[in-house]
Design a protein around this ligand. Structure first.
Ligand code: ADP
Length: 266
């Protein structure tokens, strides 16, 4: 709705009418839904052949079809890396379509925050050691249990940690810290990388957004943080980033603490 005003003699604007603009967006919603379903089908269909390529590569790697020379080993390693990247992208697209169709299935459990941490640390062991990055873990004493979906939360933490490792200098330290903040447990991942300009700090949580200088250079999709935001918000938590360009970035999320019912009240 727009208001139409005209100047009165005293120079004061006076409302003389309103214009209401109506647009039929049914078609837009239908197209958007079709796009989401298309993405879900394609990413699902792509997963099977990509997994098959990985299995064939494993056979080559294990010398089950003959011994490879160094050049061939090198090639196989490259194909392996690219295949893992493809699997990551298809996985993210599948998650995205679940989020967009409102199909995020959360499996809430009462869990110890350290269980989420262990799950995630195991997943990033290889990329961290390849880059010589040490992950320094600090857990506050007596952290309460949280009510969360372990897998989805670990996915978010893995995403924070892989980004931190990716943007960190070699042989640097990434800090993972868990503290209690009022009725929540806060997880923070701090790196000593190049940081993020203030103007992009909120945008990086938008779908497909990548800091312009990272476009084409890191092979990402710009989906990881957007999906992380959906996963955390669906669990009633908060997610945000801070950064000092040139010094590093810190990514945070919170999860609500499991409320223990008072005696006599269920
Ligand atoms: P992807 O990493 O697949 O591009 P993300 O959604 O995880 O997608 O990240 C979006 C963008 O945010 C990245 O492309 C990068 O520009 C920026 N970013 C994320 N984490 C960091 C970090 N720890 N340090 C610097 N920039 C980061």
């Amino acid at each position: 709705t727009f208001q139409v005003t005209s100047e009165t003699e005293g120079g004061e604007p006076k409302i003389i009418g309103q214009v209401i603009s109506l647009k039929n967006i049914t078609k837009f919603h239908e197209l958007n839904e079709a796009k989401t379903n298309f993405i879900a089908t394609i990413s699902h269909e792509l997963k099977t052949p990509i997994s098959a390529i990985k299995m064939s590569l494993k056979l080559l790697e294990d010398n089950r079809v003959g011994i490879m020379n160094e050049e061939q080993k090198d090639l196989v390693n490259h194909i392996k890396e690219d295949t893992s990247r493809l699997l990551k992208i298809t996985g993210e697209l599948l998650d995205l379509s679940q989020v967009e169709t409102g199909n995020i299935q959360l499996n809430f459990q009462t869990i110890k925050p350290v269980d989420i941490v262990n799950y995630a640390l195991e997943a990033v062991q290889v990329p961290a050691s390849l880059k010589g990055v040490t992950i320094d873990l600090k857990l506050e004493d007596k952290l309460p249990e949280v009510c969360a979906d372990t897998e989805k939360t670990a996915w978010v933490l893995v995403n924070f940690l892989t980004n931190a490792i990716r943007y960190s200098p070699e042989r640097s330290t990434v800090n993972l810290k868990l503290v209690r903040k009022n009725d929540a447990v806060e997880f923070s991942v701090k790196d000593l990388g190049k940081g993020i300009d203030a103007q992009y700090l909120e945008k990086i949580f938008d779908r497909y957004f990548q800091v312009p200088s990272d476009l084409n250079s890191k092979g990402g999709t710009g989906l990881g943080l957007a999906i992380s935001k959906d996963f955390i918000q669906a669990q009633h938590g908060q997610i945000w980033a801070e950064s000092e360009p040139g010094m590093g970035s810190t990514f945070h999320f919170t999860l609500p603490v499991m409320k223990i019912p008072k005696e006599g009240i269920i």
